[in-house]
Design a protein around this ligand. Structure first.
Ligand code: CDT
Length: 313
């Protein structure tokens, strides 16, 4: 029998600084219900879905920074989302800023959780490839301070057996890295869930605006195919207090083809009935890892971080 998992990417338009959690959760609830009405059993919300993309702001007061973080999940603000998802029997991925106490120390992560249709949190991913910078760049049009506000994720790239398939998670910038997908591919991932906030402008190097969407799609399409997996990618899009971010939420098939894609930069649901067995022939043939991988030639991937020209070592 075919293993069909109908999944929805629940794209959000902008969340402004002045929007409180209650208002945001009302929007998430509306998206959840719309996704459920399409027949979806799993909904993917964006990265840092509960607040504006606050790493664009330079802040020095830790108490102010911490207002963007959640100390527990669910909490009073997000409980209605968990309750409604359980009532509808629908699972979800939610990205948020997590404040955690670990071995007596406070840690801050850019986190996503996987919540089962019965309301249990069954998976957690803490973002590993933190982009941007830690120092203030006063000349830049906005900041990208993920390296200042977050610790590097400490739980690896895991895959969970859930909803009838093998589900993995990552967050935004992780999607640009083949290592992210290959580590999950080696755990036989069948669907990778990810949320993102991608500014339309690259503050590190001027480049044509169209490249932001091209790179977003080309990396995920290639990695979907090379690992025989579905990819469900959900944006927080549009102009948050005037700062523009790309849309382009999409569901990508293991063939690398785009199965469904958002049209707007607003709250929008796109859904697709994904055959979790579609990637099997790719994993059996061209990307049969057991048969074709040559790990004896891949050592540099884990031994070396920065590129070094030949003869420099
Ligand atoms: N949120 C996030 O990871 N955004 C990055 C921006 C990269 S440029 C600093 C992204 O990969 O889309």
């Amino acid at each position: 029998m075919a293993r069909i998992l109908k999944v929805a990417a629940a794209q959000m338009g902008p969340v402004h600084l002045a929007d409180d959690r209650g208002r945001v959760v009302q929007r998430l609830l509306a998206l959840l219900r719309e996704a459920h009405a399409t027949g979806a059993r799993l909904v993917v919300f964006p990265e840092l879905a509960l607040t504006t993309f606050f790493p664009r702001y330079w802040m020095e007061d830790q108490a102010e920074i911490d207002t963007f973080f959640e100390r527990e999940m669910p909490n009073a603000a997000t409980r209605p989302l968990f309750d409604e998802a359980r009532r509808l029997g629908i699972g979800f991925y939610l990205g948020y800023a997590e404040l955690a106490a670990e071995a007596g120390r406070t840690r801050r992560y850019n986190t996503a959780i996987l919540v089962a249709p019965d309301g249990r949190i069954i998976g957690r991913y803490r973002k590993i490839h933190l982009p941007g910078h830690a120092e203030h760049l006063p000349k830049a049009p906005f900041q990208h301070l993920e390296k200042r506000y977050f610790d590097v994720g400490n739980e690896g790239f895991k895959v969970w057996r859930a909803m009838g398939g093998n589900l993995g998670m990552c967050i935004c910038n992780d999607r640009r890295w083949p290592e992210t997908f290959r580590v999950m591919g080696l755990q036989d991932v069948e669907m990778v869930l990810l949320g993102y906030n991608t500014p339309t402008e690259n503050i590190h190097h001027p480049e044509p605006a169209h490249l932001r969407m091209f790179h977003h799609l080309v990396t995920m399409q290639a990695n979907a195919y090379q690992n025989g997996t579905w990819v469900v990618a959900t944006a927080k899009a549009g102009r948050e207090d005037g700062f523009a971010m790309i849309g382009g939420s999409c569901i990508i098939a293991p063939t690398g083809e785009i199965a469904a894609k958002a049209m707007t930069e607003e709250d929008e649901v796109v859904a697709f009935a994904c055959d979790l067995d579609l990637g099997a022939y790719i994993k059996r043939t061209v990307f049969n890892f057991a048969k074709h991988r040559r790990i004896e030639h891949y050592r540099l991937i884990t031994e070396r971080t920065a590129a070094e020209p030949p003869g420099a070592g």
